[in-house]
Write a protein that binds this ligand. Structure first.
Ligand SMILES: [Zn+2]
Length: 131
């Protein structure tokens, strides 16, 4: 299995096949979302009281340290780290806009993208600009 971690505190973010993340909307609604830890699977579970609307921008936070998971170079994206079973380290970038299906798996040598919306973010060299 893959291990997902917070870039701020390194806590593991995946439990039982789901990423556990805290979110907040621009008008102050906040809660917890569960996302599949399988790349390319866009099922998101959340309490109905969150009332997320398609196209709505959300901010993601680590549920442990409460640090922001915003991707510094694009505030519409979220960044977390992933380590595969064989020890490979990746940076995962995904859209912070509800219903936008875009996930990037970034490693040093290449990028793989999942999701039908991914092409709209594509800049062939952008991942080389990451620190
Ligand atoms: Zn954290």
């Amino acid at each position: 299995m893959n291990h997902y971690t917070c870039p701020n505190c390194s806590v593991h973010l995946n439990v039982d096949g789901r990423l556990v993340l805290a979110i907040k909307t621009s008008d102050g609604r906040h809660g917890v979302v569960l996302m599949s830890d399988t790349l390319g699977d866009y099922n998101v579970h959340h309490h109905p009281s969150l009332n997320l609307q398609k196209g709505e921008k959300t901010n993601f936070y680590c549920p442990s340290c409460k640090g922001s998971l915003d991707y510094q170079k694009d505030k519409d994206m979220v960044r977390i780290f992933m380590q595969t079973e064989d020890g490979e380290e990746h940076t995962i970038i995904f859209s912070a806009i509800y219903g936008d299906q875009a996930t990037f798996q970034i490693s040093e040598e290449r990028s793989k993208s999942y999701g039908e919306m991914a092409h709209k973010f594509l800049d062939p060299e952008w991942y080389l600009k990451d620190d």
